[in-house]
Ligand binder design. Structure first.
Ligand SMILES: Cc1ncc(COP(=O)(O)O)c(C=O)c1O
Length: 409
């Protein structure tokens, strides 16, 4: 935390519709814009750049709040934190495709075991600042877990709806952390409808992905932190598991803000949106040259976090991918499972399935030639692999019988 941070001195000027660019006042509660699109938080970047330097940041604790000037919370007393530490950037040379460098950014180290902590600590802090006491959210698991934790810590009531085949640990951690959770016999968009329709009768605030403006700002810290960790440099290419897309959109926003204030120079990373072949609306839209994606029917994949058939920020994901000269690509469940096994067996790195999808995609695109082995690449492992069901391990020793030491080769 920054004890010396002057209260009310954030650099937020206003909010802006990501599509129509019309303006909305800061310090007021907003959902989507009038056009039904996500709102983006805008800052006075000149004033920001004059008030803080890279050297100042280096003296602060290695947490998400190091970047306070780039964030929207005005009063320190409204910050709801569970210890959002910097996550490590881990080289994985045995997974490397060639002469370049590949790292995994391990977001599983954050509170609640996933990168959703970044978005939800920010959204909950802002909701607290703006007087919200009751929130609701559809989730594929990790976002709900983070909302449960931060909502409870902020003294808010949270109502969380997840598809009934959401990983069991997620449903239970949501309940254990003080939220009200329901399993829904549908997909995340069906859960989203329940939340939207409950706004009137229940009076909760809709915390769906990108339907409130501040989760992106929290996710933006992935980009700020990555650049900071690399000495205010960026990798050539970033592989990101894309569902609702907050992380990809947030990182792209971070890199552009850093470029605008002159902290990043030269080419920004190519952003690669990774999806599963069983749910790849962004890949389809990207390949068709479209600005928006159609709803993906019968969505299915082992990587629950990226099973998002429709995303309100579709155009922002596609814009980031195109502006950065990246691309969108899909891998199938067999590739995801094989990549997960390979990373565990070769590097001792237990990825989550969504993270493993980025490694599968990296390998696929090295082969296709869309990524060169000379390029530096960062793969995002967005949650701890320990949150998912693991393969059985059933070898046993009976201490009443002699141990057969010939087994241990
Ligand atoms: C582990 C994991 N990876 C990736 C995603 C997709 O995140 P985003 O909404 O930023 O696209 C999720 C979302 O639930 C997730 O839980």
């Amino acid at each position: 935390m920054l004890d010396s941070f002057p209260e009310s001195q954030t650099f937020v000027t206003h909010l802006e519709c990501g599509m129509e660019h019309d303006h909305y006042a800061a310090d007021q509660l907003h959902g989507l814009s009038k056009a039904g699109k996500p709102l983006l938080v805008k800052y006075d970047l000149n004033a920001l750049a004059q008030s803080v330097s890279k050297e100042d940041l280096a003296t602060r604790p290695a947490t998400l709040w190091r970047y306070r000037e780039f964030l929207p919370v005005r009063k320190s007393e409204n910050i709801v934190s569970l210890g959002e530490i910097h996550t490590p950037l881990i080289p994985v040379p045995r997974l490397q495709g060639g002469n370049g460098s590949v790292w995994i950014k391990d977001e599983g180290r954050l509170p609640t075991g996933s990168f959703k902590a970044r978005g939800l600590c920010m959204a909950v802090s802002m909701a607290k600042e703006l007087g919200v006491t009751k929130v609701a959210m559809p989730t594929n698991g990790n976002a709900g877990a983070a909302l449960a934790a931060y909502g409870t810590r902020a003294g808010m009531k949270s109502f969380i709806f997840c598809p009934d085949d959401t990983p069991e640990i997620n449903v239970r951690e949501i309940a254990a952390q003080g939220a009200h959770v329901w399993r829904v016999n549908g997909l995340i968009n069906d859960c989203g409808k329940i939340v939207a329709q409950g706004k009137e009768p229940v009076g909760w605030f809709d915390f769906s992905t990108l339907k409130e403006p501040y989760r992106i700002e929290g996710k933006k810290t992935m980009g700020l932190e990555l650049a900071d960790q690399m000495g205010w440099q960026v990798p050539d290419v970033i592989f990101y598991p894309t569902g609702g897309g907050t992380g990809l959109i947030g990182m792209w926003k971070a890199f552009n803000e850093l470029k605008e204030i002159g902290w990043l120079k030269g080419k920004l990373p190519r952003m690669v949106a990774v999806q599963a072949t069983g749910c790849a609306p962004m890949v389809k839209a990207y390949e068709a040259g479209k600005e928006h994606a159609e709803l993906w029917e019968n969505a299915h994949t082992v990587a629950a976090g990226i099973r998002v058939p429709v995303a309100v920020g579709d155009f922002l994901i596609l814009r980031a991918v195109r502006e950065s000269e990246g691309f969108a690509t899909a891998v199938n469940d067999e590739q995801i499972t094989a990549a997960l096994d390979e990373a565990s067996q070769k590097e001792g790195f237990l990825m989550c399935p969504e993270g493993a999808a980025t490694y599968a995609a990296y390998k696929q695109e090295l082969e296709s030639g869309r990524v060169s082995p000379d390029e530096s690449a960062v793969l995002f492992n967005c949650a701890s692999g320990l949150k998912y069901e693991l393969p059985p391990a059933d070898q046993a020793i009976n201490i009443n019988q002699p141990v057969d030491y010939s087994l241990f080769v």
